[in-house]
Design a protein around this ligand. Structure first.
Ligand SMILES: [Zn+2]
Length: 153
């Protein structure tokens, strides 16, 4: 699951109550949904928390929810699956600021750069762009242009 190999998954569980002791830093990865017409039926958010040097808790939610406990190698595998995406507009992004990444979480190889709005030419972050697919073409809109396009104004 999530590209984590079997030996690195220590335990799996159902989603439950929030853990009370949350003083450890967490890392959050979220699905970067840029196509408004695309319906997501999987997981859209993942949070990783430290429990010990070789035990990390992963909570995921969306259409599917649950928990996993993984090793430190598993954390690396998870990061490769979700954050080493080399598409210009990645499917997943790190919601935790790089400066707030705990030292047990590997820094992603690629930090996505802003893309250009096809309408007004301004630079827009990959998490704010709207990029509907139509007939194989993918236009990119900043939030302002997208609201005009969507409303047909
Ligand atoms: Zn624009």
């Amino acid at each position: 699951m999530f590209g984590i190999s079997e030996p690195n998954i220590l335990e799996q569980g159902e989603a439950g109550d929030q853990f009370i002791n949350e003083d450890q830093p967490q890392v959050r990865i979220t699905r970067n949904q840029t196509d408004p017409n695309w319906i997501v039926d999987g997981v859209d958010s993942i949070e990783i928390s430290y429990e010990s040097n070789d035990r990390f808790r992963v909570e995921y939610w969306g259409y599917m929810t649950g928990r996993l406990w993984i090793t430190h190698d598993g954390v690396n595998e998870l990061k490769q699956t979700f954050l080493d995406d080399r598409d210009e507009i990645p499917g997943w992004t790190l919601s935790t600021e790089l400066t707030e990444l705990p030292d047990w979480f590997p820094v992603p190889d690629d930090i996505p750069s802003p893309v250009t709005c096809s309408e007004c030419g301004s630079e827009v972050s990959v998490t704010e762009v709207t990029a509907p697919l139509s007939g194989g073409l993918q236009d990119r809109y900043c939030p302002d242009c997208w609201s005009s396009v969507r409303d047909g104004t």
